[in-house]
Design a protein around this ligand. Structure first.
Ligand code: 5RP
Length: 239
């Protein structure tokens, strides 16, 4: 990993809020958008800042492929055309946030329940640009509860499989009921895991019956991370 920092004109006595850090990296990501092309767009509060920034150059791009209903609605409300992923063979860049990112560019994602579509759009993109505030950078993945999208009838079995690995799994709820994803499935969140080998972990869990997508993004890792810090946007590049 290589790193460089570009200073931000800010008052060092009043550190930026998390929201300001997200806005900072959302804006910085514009530098990676290829003019005249379609851009892959992730999901979450950091990506919302990126979408707002993208609207300022909407006349310079063809549009976006979106990873969630929420991002699609925000893009369209700002006048940015949204294409179905099947209409586009390959995207130059995919820009998305993360719940955790390590020093190799491996991530945990899915805090916003959009992990399946995020992995699909990431897979059709040549470059993954992760935008995150500095709190997301970790030594080892696993502190943030790991989201796993599951077919509802497999939830209990998948939870038992995680228990056998030492994890504690629970079905994510919304308004007292299991949360239903954009794909009509449920999310299981797993705590107590230390994911030292993300590539092997992702490969194994992806094969469990009933698992739609595991929130470890190791095969679709980040190429670059724009990390928001009070000292400016730090650019981490991963091999
Ligand atoms: C959504 C995601 C998000 O990228 C992740 O949860 C980070 O979100 P935020 O930018 O709101 O912190 O994976 O499924």
């Amino acid at each position: 990993m290589t790193a460089s920092a570009s200073p931000t004109p800010s008052n060092p006595l009043s550190p930026l809020s998390q929201d300001e850090l997200k806005a900072q990296v959302g804006h910085a990501a514009l530098a990676y958008v290829v003019k005249g092309e379609i851009v892959g767009v992730g999901t979450g509060s950091t990506v919302n800042k990126f979408i707002d920034a993208l609207a300022t150059i909407k006349d310079e791009i063809r549009g976006a492929v979106s990873s969630s209903v929420a991002s699609t609605e925000r893009l369209r409300a700002l006048g940015i055309p949204v294409f179905d992923s099947n209409e586009v063979e390959e995207l130059a860049v995919y820009i998305d946030g993360a719940d955790e990112i390590d020093h190799r560019g491996f991530m945990v994602k899915g805090g916003g329940a959009a992990l399946t579509r995020e992995k699909i759009v990431a897979a059709q993109s040549r470059k993954f640009i992760c935008i995150a505030d500095a709190s997301k950078l970790v030594e080892t993945l696993g502190a943030f509860p790991l989201p796993v999208e599951v077919i509802p009838m497999a939830a209990r079995r998948v939870m038992r499989q995680f228990a056998a690995l030492g994890g504690i799994a629970q079905v994510r709820e919304k308004d007292g009921l299991p949360l239903v994803t954009d794909n009509g499935q449920h999310i299981v969140d797993v705590t107590g895991l230390r994911i030292a080998e993300p590539l092997a972990f992702e490969s194994e869990v992806s094969q469990w019956p009933g698992v739609v997508t595991v929130g470890v993004f190791a095969h679709q890792k980040a190429d670059v991370c724009l990390l928001g810090t009070s000292a400016g946007v730090k650019t981490l590049k991963f091999d």
